[in-house]
Design a binder for this molecule. Sequence first.
Ligand SMILES: [Zn+2]
Ligand SMILES: [Zn+2]
Length: 341
Amino acid sequence: MILKAAILKKISVVRVEDVEEGPLSIEDVHEPRIEPGQVLVKVSVCGVCYTDIDIIEGRVQCNLPVILGHQIVGEIVDIGKDVDNVNIGDRVGIAWIAHTCGKCFYCRSNQENLCENFKATGCHVNGGYAEYTVAFKNYVYPLPKNVDNERVAPLLCAGAVGYRALKLTNIVDGLRLGLFGFGSSAHIIIQIARKLYPSSDIYVFTRSPQHQELARRLGADWVGHPYEDPPKKIDRAIDFTPVGEIIPRALEVLNRGGRLVINVIRKQTPIELDYVKHLWMEKEVKSVANVSRKDVMEFLKLVEKLGVDVEVQRYNFDEVNKALRDLKAARVVGSPVLRIS
Ligand SMILES: [Zn+2]
Ligand SMILES: [Zn+2]
């Protein structure tokens, strides 16, 4: 069977102005073969993530040529030998974590997101910008029944990795939380944080007037430009932005003993820190790398229980390049998703 796929063939810069060509080329390819222990998934929706731009522009290394896309929602249409945990017809999600070795120190100590042989979906193996994709049987997830396919896709990376970042802040109810940047991930995480930590004030720092408006609508206690001074200092912070300068800025408004978690895979500009101004008084900075299967499962269950309103901007499959340009230019409000079939 021949199917349509959006392929990354060479590293290039995602242009933000409206152009006709690239960076991905939509082509006809053969249906992927499943090996023992794998499942074939007919893709319904795939979320578009800023990490795709990091891969396309070469900040994150991938195996070229590759089909991008790691927030995949679809239906299992075939199973390989030795697959006994899922069935044909199951509605499943596939996330960034495509495979881990299960043998290294990190895998054995409940930190598979740090696996030395971590394989990422739509980066080291083909992902979901295609009508069909393949996944390992233990790396697909049942999905919350109360969220439709378009809204569930962004939960698989923006949501799940954002949730990992929120956990890494070590927040407890009552501590003030600051979110820097308010795109796909932050607009989901604010809703979870609101419900898990009802006494915590949440401040949102973003330049975009559209993103500021969405933050207000989703219950932020204060919204402002990243360089505006908030009413009070914050105790915990998550930085969702691709620029380096936000890290010192977030640390400036962080209370003593506070912690900043950086929820991006790469920064596009340098980070300059002054020890006294930014780190003194036991302020901490931590990155978040990848996601474990436990994070994804825990998060999806939490969404089923608490409910989350995911704001999506829909694109047809052949508009994939436009979706990437819009995302880079911050023209997307909420989460961009591709309707594949
Ligand atoms: Zn992602
Ligand atoms: Zn491992």
